[in-house]
Design a protein around this ligand. Structure first.
Ligand code: SAM
Length: 284
């Protein structure tokens, strides 16, 4: 079954009485070049189990299953279950979980389904929840090699920005702490049904085997990063004192000891400086 043929897709969806849900970010890929490219760049290969988030009608799921040993996919919309039973009927290496990815026990899915395999995440993410999903995947320290996802172009720019520049945000710090991020290719809005108002891009995060901070330091670090970026126009001392209740003089003391001006904003700090400030604040 050709899941990038518009007439085939329309026929399946109408037979199942399916209407797209805007709220669930349902824009399905209909450009035949995209899914093979995501799969090939996303470690879908022999020796791998792939965790997919948001199957839609299974257009990417199928390409992943053609290349990897196993695919386990989490899809929130129960109306898609009978559709997937039809579109993916020929595959024995796909398991679908009808769950909200933010509530699913991904650790358990990985250990039950992918024993003896390397693991990678691939997805065309629902745009309304891109950053929370990426942060959840990173923070839960899943045993995965890479996360390859399609996101809105603007989100890709933020994810791929350099830490310490105006384009960066808390999510930029997150991905750069846990791994190395690369922008792979752009995807035009016309590649989807229905077509969204924005273009997209596919990025890959290759995860670090070793992390810079221990768990306690890491917890404080992300608290500080989130607090700083939640009021990014304020100076670091002002945002940390208003969000975290840290005395401004303590922040000034730490900044001085690290040769950083008192007026600094969080967006100007590099990864190295951010971790140094965080560790010093934690022990002061
Ligand atoms: N992979 C398909 C494709 O590329 O055509 C569909 C991608 S569509 C952008 C996003 C999919 O994620 C939809 O099928 C939607 O129902 C699903 N979704 C939305 N929120 C979700 C959540 N919290 N947990 C799991 N799936 C979700």
């Amino acid at each position: 079954m050709n899941l990038t043929n518009i007439n085939t897709v329309k026929d399946i969806l109408s037979r199942h009485g399916f209407n797209f849900s805007k709220g669930l970010g349902q824009n399905f890929i209909i450009n035949p070049d995209i899914c093979p490219k995501i799969a090939e760049n996303g470690n879908a290969q022999s020796g791998y189990g792939i965790l997919e988030i948001g199957t839609g009608i299974g257009v990417l799921t199928k390409e992943l299953a053609l290349r990897a040993d196993k695919v386990s996919a989490v899809e929130i919309d129960s109306r898609l279950m009978p559709v997937l039973a039809e579109t993916l009927a020929d595959f024995e290496n796909i398991k679908i979980y009808n769950e909200d990815v933010m509530k699913a026990d991904l650790q358990k899915i990985i250990s039950n389904d992918f024993s003896g395999l390397k693991v990678a995440v691939c997805a065309n993410l629902p745009y309304y929840i891109t950053s929370p999903i990426i942060m959840m995947l990173l923070e839960s320290r899943l045993p995965v090699e890479s996360i390859t996802v399609m996101v809105q172009k603007e989100a890709a720019q933020r994810l791929c920005a350099e830490v310490g520049t105006r384009e960066s945000g808390a999510i930029t710090v997150g991905v750069n702490y846990y791994g190395t991020v690369t922008q792979l290719f752009s995807v035009s809005r016309g590649s989807f049904m229905p077509s969204p108002n924005v273009d997209s891009a596919v990025i890959r995060i290759d995860l670090n085997k070793k992390l810079l901070l221990n768990e306690e330091q890491e917890k404080f670090f992300f608290k500080m990063v989130k607090a700083g970026f939640s009021q990014r126009r304020k100076t670091l001392a002002n945002s940390l004192s208003s969000v975290m209740g840290i005395d401004k003089t303590v922040v000034y003391g730490v900044l001085k000891s690290l040769d950083i001006p008192e007026s600094v904003r969080i967006e100007a700090l590099t990864m190295e400086k951010l971790t140094a400030v965080s560790n010093a604040l934690m022990s002061s």
